[in-house]
Design a protein around this ligand. Structure first.
Ligand code: GDD
Ligand code: MN
Length: 364
């Protein structure tokens, strides 16, 4: 059981480049919480603007404001879980640091914790003009899916504003692979057997006035892989599932190119396999970059090219092993291009996941 201070409220706020928002938000929270026992935990992921400086400048002496600066294992989920692990209160509140969630609604959520274990701040998706039609559709679609898996009805599972009791933070919650998208879903999933009391409260979701959103349509992909991960009882990380899905698509590409070149264009097996391997490696890189490792993805063209080059170089042993083994197999064992190429693909794949995970999209 975790140690906590009764009645104390821990407010967890992840930040990434919120220099003009976070200081105002903290001030608003301080006046909202007044004489209550609370702490504000900011988990920053190496913001490159003045977020950290601004916080230190204004709140360095305020011991209720605790700033954590993370340099590795970056990501929204990781940051929030880190904050939840560091908190000392009986209650927690998780909210965004860009003022899209209002400090004035913290107590409104907390007050419900007397009678409930988890209070979810739900946005009225129909009323919102800040949410795109695409997100609205995705939200509706995923809700249905989610109901099936979590057997809970949440009208806004993607919300980033919720409050709960520290007793919800069990071992399983922290053990769940931190590669999913939403902490809220991990929270519900890890307490699925416990019949916890959940209530929804409608909240405001303001438009962003400063800075930019870091989340985009990749959330859809990681949402699917996160839910699939729950179907395997959380034993297989959502990132691995994403890797498999993308790998599967790469597989289709590989053999389409191979057969196309070999049978239709009459190119030699070696060149066909080489070309298919390189092409698929590129597809793989791009898909993983944009979909699977979205939280550490390369944003600028420069970084993309550097990462792609790194990807080729680091995967070189796999690529060489693939081409070598496929060629050998084709020469010595089988004249069937499917089997020969398959041997190469399998060897290559074994290298890929570990390497991508450790080197290419590692937090930097
Ligand atoms: N530490 C850390 N690390 N913080 C991050 C990261 C990260 O990798 N990415 C984003 N944040 C912080 C932002 O600084 C902000 O305080 C908060 O997390 C929310 O990020 P936004 O980038 O503003 O998200 P959004 O407004 O596009 O998305 C909102 O709606 C989504 C669903 O539609 C948020 O409320 C999400 O939580 C929500 O899922
Ligand atoms: Mn936002």
């Amino acid at each position: 059981m975790r140690k906590f201070i009764p009645e104390k409220i821990s407010i967890i706020i992840p930040t990434l480049n919120e220099e003009n928002n976070i200081v105002i938000l903290i001030s608003e929270i301080i006046s909202e919480m007044k004489e209550k026992d609370y702490e504000i935990i900011i988990v920053d992921d190496g913001s490159t603007d003045s977020t950290v400086n601004n916080i230190l400048e204004k709140f360095d002496k305020n011991e209720k404001v605790r700033l954590f600066q993370r340099q590795s294992d970056k990501g929204l989920v990781q940051s929030i879980k880190f904050g939840l692990q560091s908190m000392t209160g009986e209650y927690f509140v998780v909210m965004d640091g860009d003022r899209q969630h209002s400090a004035s609604e913290i107590n409104y959520l907390i007050n419900e914790l007397k009678a409930n274990d988890l209070v979810i701040g739900v946005r009225n998706l129909k009323k919102m003009d800040v949410i795109s039609a695409k997100r609205l559709f995705l939200s509706k679609f995923f809700n249905k899916f989610l109901q099936l898996i979590l057997s809970t009805n949440i009208s806004d599972p993607l919300t980033g504003f919720f409050a709960g009791k520290v007793s919800l933070l069990n071992k399983k919650f922290f053990l769940l692979a931190n590669s999913g998208f939403k902490v809220l879903l991990d929270l519900i999933f890890s307490n699925k057997k416990k019949k916890i009391k959940i209530i929804e409260k409608e909240i405001k979701f303001e438009s962003r006035t400063d800075g930019s959103s870091k989340l985009n349509s990749q959330v859809a992909f990681s949402f699917i892989t996160q839910i699939l991960s729950y179907m395997f009882n959380g034993m297989i990380s959502s990132r691995f599932i994403g890797f498999i899905i993308i790998g599967g698509i790469g597989f289709i590409f590989h053999f389409s190119i191979l057969f196309g070149m070999y049978y239709l264009a009459d190119v030699s097996f070696y060149i066909s396999h080489l070309f298919a391997t390189l092409f698929t490696a590129t597809i793989n890189f791009l898909a993983n970059n944009y979909l699977n490792f979205y939280d550490n993805r390369a944003n600028s063209l420069n970084k993309l090219i550097i990462n792609l080059t790194k990807y080729y170089l680091i995967n070189l042993p796999g690529i060489i092993a693939s081409i070598g083994s496929a060629s050998l197999a084709f020469n010595l064992i089988t004249k069937n291009p499917l089997y020969a190429s398959l041997i190469g693909v399998i060897l290559d794949t074994i290298f890929k996941y570990m390497i991508s995970k450790t080197w290419i999209w590692k937090s930097n």
